[in-house]
Ligand binder design. Structure first.
Ligand code: ADP
Ligand code: ZN
Ligand code: ZN
Length: 816
């Protein structure tokens, strides 16, 4: 019997996605296997597409198209991960191919280029159809191979593959597919000035824009190409020309350096001495690992309780028993620090996977894992798909972070994937945080997870002494600055003592926007419903969503008034105030504007740690997971706005942020201090965070969630609609709503379902596309997922949805 390959094909839309059956030709039958990538003819024109074989069976190949060729001689995806792809598709409503693709490093995405060649001594013209014979004549007139391929390429575009295929089948034409790997990655392409330029810049004749870039590089030394372009408000092409000029050079940031460079002094796992509490947590998890039965633990350990030491010990235990371990962490900015720590203990056995690596580096790490050279994987979200084949332990650190939820297809939650893998391998999933997500803590309370607690800081290091400052009083007493007198005094004291300070800002509302004094309108991005932010560094207005850049405006676009003013308060403005108050302080600013590349994160954190700065200011990213021994003061500058972000998770996020940042202080022995500035000092979030009282917060929060019916008391599926025309997107959403209500009536689901909307999304327009959403509160069961899948498929056929895109995101963010 012939072999049939059921194949996930690239480039399909969810509404017509399925496994497509292809016959496996004799010549490929021996090598074809599940998990191999293949080239297949697709659609009416039989265009070549890449696919992945998901299932193989024997059967009749009658009427089936055949696989053209195999990309891989051996499967690139294991049986376990193939099964996971089916799970991903069922859970997240993505296509089969998207599911598979997300498991492979980006460098493994191939494109195929087909080339043709005339067969020299072909004579059997009589066997050809008339059309084919005429086509062959045309081809014989081609002057060279390039023009031959152009003619055929154009013909396929216009008329499909029938004639070329006939010529190939008759032996008049030969075709070959060349696969090209995607390589090169702009994210870590770095640029610096050449020695030649630095020694005699006057010899170079630069355009004003090139000059700007050169000045920037002279000040900063080196930068990612993207970063330099952004900071100078120029395109990357300008930097290319600067390099062509010989003034600058591009190079690949070497992110993965040799172990010797990266590691602190070598440490041995044997040297770790756990505290009693740590030991207890470790023993409980270890017993379960040894038992080889899947289980989930939630380790709730206060900040500074030493969760990392427990991880180290458990990872050592796991690899000693011949199994593999995975440690997932949230922000890419944290990777170097953690990596260093683990490399110093486990050396080359550690592989790293995160999006800050170049494609080539990611591929190398992937191969090392596949070969079995690395049995410890550390990485961000996507590392959960690492090709390990004998997992004993998966740790998700700072498990409450939202970055564990993917916000592009496939829209998975890392925890769910980890659970699947643990179920397959009979291994342990360890979730850990000082501020677990409400969802996870709820599951622990209900006994689905086993709760482990570490209530003490390591060596009883005292918690920082926290003071809450009422900013209303400050204003009432005439202090118009962003620094309360208390905080200003504490900063002075720290500067005098040579101790370091961290100042935390909230990302939302902390941008300088320009608005009109007459009509009160801010200046909006022309593509997005988001105000543009003013950046002093490059004197430009920018949109953080689509990257739009413009010169600062002088006339209000809404009413023509010239009375414009800077509103709000960016980190840049704060920096100015700081330099007025503390002219001698060395200030490091860490926010999205200065930290584009992983490279600058790493360097900045290292510099700060080494004492090259007195004060670090920044948003979320500096709040968590970092350990700076010399930081004795933490200032939280109004995070109030974050509480009202219009999303049911904003309390949770704010509590977590404050708790974590306050927990940063005072780790090196001396007692830390924290100052929380707020306009709502009586709010329970402030007080509970100040006291590091997670349980108290959880009790308040779960009561609200219960009363309002929010997750974890239900699941929330978000249907997001987008398109180029406001009215048609809205009409599309309304038509889908009608369809949903009809189908729900027919289905009569077992658990109640509530459908809300459609409403305009919080950011109603992004990148020129209008956005609406429908929220469905439901229970995430197989029945509901079938329902959602059906709606996505059916709605694609509605005439109202012709120009509108739709996706469903289970438990996705509502705040965007
Ligand atoms: P957490 O991540 O739980 O907030 P950390 O893992 O950063 O806490 O630990 C806090 C501090 O205590 C760190 O400086 C860490 O090196 C130290 N520490 C924790 N446990 C141990 C241990 N068993 N032996 C030595 N130092 C420890
Ligand atoms: Zn105006
Ligand atoms: Zn924009």
């Amino acid at each position: 019997m012939p072999l049939i390959a059921e194949t996930a094909v690239s480039g399909t839309a969810y509404s017509f996605d399925m496994l497509f059956s292809y016959a496996v030709p004799e010549r490929l039958a021996a090598a074809a296997a599940c998990g191999c990538r293949v080239l297949v003819p697709f659609g009416r024109g039989n265009k070549r597409r890449i696919g992945v074989v998901m299932k193989l069976s024997e059967g009749s190949s009658k009427g089936l198209k055949s696989i053209v060729s195999l990309v891989d001689e051996k499967p690139v995806i294991s049986g376990e991960l193939l099964q996971l792809a089916f799970y991903l598709r069922e859970q997240t409503f993505c296509t089969y191919f998207d599911a598979v693709k997300t498991m492979l490093p980006p460098a493994m995405s191939v494109s195929a280029k087909e080339t043709f060649r005339l067969v020299k001594n072909f004579t059997d013209i009589s066997s050809l159809s008339e059309d084919a014979a005429r086509f062959l004549e045309t081809l014989c007139c081609a002057s060279d191979s390039a023009s031959l391929n152009d003619i055929i390429g154009q013909h396929i575009l216009d008329n499909g593959r029938r004639l070329p295929d006939e010529l190939c089948d008759a032996g008049a034409l030969d075709s070959d597919n060349v696969f090209r790997q995607a390589v090169g990655d702009a994210a870590v392409r770095m640029v610096r000035l050449t020695d030649r330029y630095m020694s005699s810049p006057e010899k170079f004749d630069l355009t004003p824009k090139q000059k700007k870039a050169a000045d920037f590089l002279a000040e900063y030394g080196a930068a990612a190409v993207k970063e330099a372009a952004y900071m100078c408000g120029i395109t990357e092409a300008v930097i290319k020309r600067l390099c062509a000029n010989g003034a600058a050079e591009e190079y690949e940031a070497e992110v993965l350096r040799k172990v010797e460079d990266l590691a602190d002094e070598a440490r041995s796992p044997e040297d770790i001495v756990l505290s009693e509490e740590q030991q207890k947590a470790r023993d409980a998890v270890y017993a379960q690992i040894a038992d080889r039965k899947p289980a989930v633990f939630l380790l709730h350990g206060v900040t500074g309780s030493g969760k990392t030491s427990v991880f180290e010990k458990l990872i050592d235990d796991t690899v000693k028993s011949g199994r593999q371990a995975m440690l997932l962490i949230p922000e890419i900015g944290l990777t170097p620090q953690i990596l260093k720590r683990f490399r110093s203990m486990f050396g080359e056995r550690v592989a790293v996977i995160h999006s800050g690596l170049s494609h080539g580096q990611r591929l190398d790490e992937y191969k090392r894992i596949k070969r079995g050279d690395a049995d410890i994987v550390i990485g961000t979200r996507s590392a959960v798909f690492a090709p390990l084949d004998n997992i004993g332990l998966i740790i998700i650190d700072e498990e409450g972070e939202r970055s564990y939820k993917s916000d592009s297809s496939p829209r998975y939650t890392t925890h769910d994937i980890a659970k699947q893998r643990c179920a397959y391998h009979g291994s342990v999933l360890l979730l850990a945080s000082a501020t677990p997500s409400i969802e996870s803590y709820y599951l622990a309370e209900r006994g689905a997870y086993r709760l482990l607690e570490m209530k003490e800081r390591y060596q009883n290091a005292p918690l920082p002494e926290v003071s809450i400052v009422d900013m209303n009083l400050e204003r009432g007493e005439g202090n118009r600055t962003e620094f309360s007198r208390r905080l200003a005094a504490e900063i002075s004291a720290n500067l005098k003592n040579g101790e370091q300070t961290i100042l935390l800002l909230n990302r939302r509302g902390y941008h300088t926007i320009i608005s009109c004094c007459d009509c009160y309108q801010p200046v909006y991005c022309p593509n997005c419903s988001v105000p543009l932010t003013y950046h002093k560094k490059n004197n430009k207005m920018m949109c953080h969503y689509c990257g739009y850049v413009s010169e600062p405006v002088t006339v209000c676009p809404s009413c023509g008034s010239e009375r414009l003013k800077n509103m709000g308060f960016g980190t840049q403005k704060l920096e100015e105030e700081l330099s007025t108050f503390f002219p001698s302080a060395r200030v490091l600013r860490m926010d999205a504007d200065t930290t584009f590349s992983r490279y600058s994160y790493e360097k900045n954190f290292t510099d700060f740690r080494e004492g090259k700065y007195d004060i670090m200011i920044g948003t979320q990213m500096i709040g968590k997971g970092l350990d700076f021994p010399n930081v004795t003061l933490v200032g939280v500058l109004s995070v109030d706005k974050a509480l009202y972000a219009g999303d049911f998770r904003s309390y949770e996020r704010t509590f977590s942020l404050i708790t974590q940042v306050v927990g940063r202080g005072g780790r090196g022995g001396s007692r830390g201090r924290a100052v929380l500035q707020t306009f709502i000092p009586e709010h329970y979030i402030m007080n509970l965070a100040a006291a590091q009282d997670y349980k108290g917060f959880y009790n308040e929060e779960i009561a609200i969630r219960r009363a309002m019916i929010f997750p974890p008391l239900c699941d929330m599926c978000i249907f997001c609609f987008s398109g180029n025309e406001d009215i048609s997107v809205r009409l599309g959403a309304e038509a889908v709503l009608k369809l949903m209500n009809e189908r729900l009536r027919e289905l009569q689901p077992k658990t109640p379902v509530r459908v809300l909307g459609p409403v305009r999304c919080s950011y109603g327009r992004i990148n020129g596309r209008y956005r609406y959403r429908i929220i469905m509160k439901c229970k995430n069961t197989a029945e509901m997922r079938r329902f959602i899948s059906g709606i996505l498929t059916e709605s694609a056929k509605l005439k109202e949805m012709k120009t509108t895109a739709l996706y469903a995101d289970m438990n996705g963010d509502v705040g965007v």
